[in-house]
Design a protein around this ligand. Structure first.
Ligand SMILES: [Zn+2]
Length: 413
């Protein structure tokens, strides 16, 4: 984890300014809900906010211990004044050193884990360790992962005590939509406690799943998707991903840096080529070959779904390139036009296809792919869905209806 500050938040200038305003004035609400798409820096912002709130050099963060009222009668030197004018973590004080290592006793961090309790407890330790050490760490959960009872119970016990070192305690609950009803009730009681010394920061990419009772008690802070160019630059500069790969991964990321980082080991070009090959039999009117390809591409389980999803997303990117090529703002032979393409290496094929397809047909295909992605998410079984999808993407306006009559089509399954 890089020791990030509010000033360094990537691509969220409004959020950064808003949170620094709070820190600078030293006036905190009880609870904040950071919401927006997954992987755009909500968790990082939560840590940066906590670091600022706990920093010794920002207003109101020092412990409220009794202070000397001035020089003594005997002329001793007055205590050094506390500098309290910052609106961000200074990065130099003792508190900042502790928060940077995730070791500040007044900073609590809860996140979803999966498995039986003992396994989950071990996961908490392992994940925290990996996160502390790996500057490019991203949280990835199993579908059933949740914030567990043992985590919230331990937190409740701690809340009974005053903060140890700072004037407040900061509790961050990551992906707070993954909790049980009784945990929300306990949380609600704590948030509403009068005179509380706890600052709550909850994050979610599925705000609608957080109970209204919780949402209404929080100040909401909205995060936006990150621009592709920013993700590409991050991959190249900070994660050492080669340019061509970074461009494709950034385009696939949907504005989520975490998603792009999780894919950084992927050879995007090889996967793209495999995805394009899936469609080849359909383009040649070979239904039997297409059926075999669809079955071959179907691997069940999570990994298979992910791969298939990516194959479909590559096709979406290609269609976007076709739109750019056909309707883009640069003249057709302009070098700049080529630079806009995600699949730059396929420029000749893209040009050739773009000449044959109009916007209506490209949009129709994009909609078919959208539908296919939804079926994958909805766990609708694979090979048939994929087969008919590929058919409809490859087909001209006629779509799948025209296929059974096709000369080479054989429906022998
Ligand atoms: Zn500091």
């Amino acid at each position: 984890m890089p020791a990030v500050s509010l000033a360094q938040l990537l691509g969220q200038p409004d959020v950064s300014a808003f949170l620094r305003g709070i820190v600078g004035r030293g006036r905190y609400g009880n609870a904040y809900l950071f919401h927006g798409p997954a992987g755009v820096g909500k968790g990082t912002a939560a840590i940066a906010f906590a670091r600022a709130a706990l920093c010794d050099r920002v207003p109101g963060s020092a412990p409220s211990a009794p202070r000397d009222d001035g020089p003594s009668l005997f002329g001793d030197a007055p205590p050094a004044p506390v500098v309290a004018d910052g609106d961000d973590a200074c990065g130099e004080c003792a508190a900042c050193a502790k928060t940077a290592a995730l070791g500040h006793p007044d900073l609590k961090f809860l996140f979803p884990v999966s498995g039986e309790e003992k396994v989950a407890e071990e996961s908490v330790v392992e994940i925290t360790q990996a996160w502390r050490e790996d500057p490019l760490f991203t949280f990835q959960y199993e579908k059933a992962a949740s914030v567990r009872l043992f985590q919230t119970r331990e937190l409740q016990r701690e809340l009974a005590y005053r903060p140890y070192e700072a004037s407040r305690r900061v509790v961050i609950i990551r992906d707070c939509d993954r909790m049980r009803e009784d945990q929300y009730s306990a949380l609600l009681k704590s948030i509403e406690e009068p005179g509380a010394t706890t600052l709550w920061v909850l994050t979610t990419s599925r705000a609608s799943r957080v109970p209204v009772t919780i949402r209404s008690r929080c100040q909401r802070v909205r995060f936006a998707p990150l621009p592709e160019s920013m993700i590409r630059a991050f991959l190249q500069e900070r994660a050492e991903v080669p340019e061509a790969n970074a461009r494709m991964l950034a385009a696939l990321s949907g504005g989520s840096l975490a998603r792009a980082l999780a894919m950084r080991g992927v050879d995007a070009r090889a996967q793209r080529d495999a995805a394009m090959n899936l469609l080849a039999p359909a383009l040649h009117g070979d239904a039997r070959g297409l059926w075999a390809a669809a079955q071959g591409a179907m691997k069940y389980g999570r990994a298979g779904r992910e791969e298939l999803r990516r194959a479909i997303e590559f096709h979406q990117l290609l269609l976007r390139d076709l739109l750019r090529e056909r309707y883009g703002s640069h003249p057709i032979d302009d070098e700049k036009r080529r630079v806009d393409l995600v699949h730059r290496d396929l420029a000749p094929q893209i040009r050739e296809q773009a000449a044959r397809l109009d916007a209506t047909e490209i949009r129709r295909r994009l909609m078919v792919l959208e539908e296919a992605l939804r079926s994958i998410d909805g766990n609708i079984s694979g090979d048939l869905t994929l087969f008919s999808t590929l058919l409809r993407v490859a087909g001209e306006r006629t779509g799948e209806g025209a296929w059974p009559g096709h000369a080479t089509a054989r429906w022998d399954y």
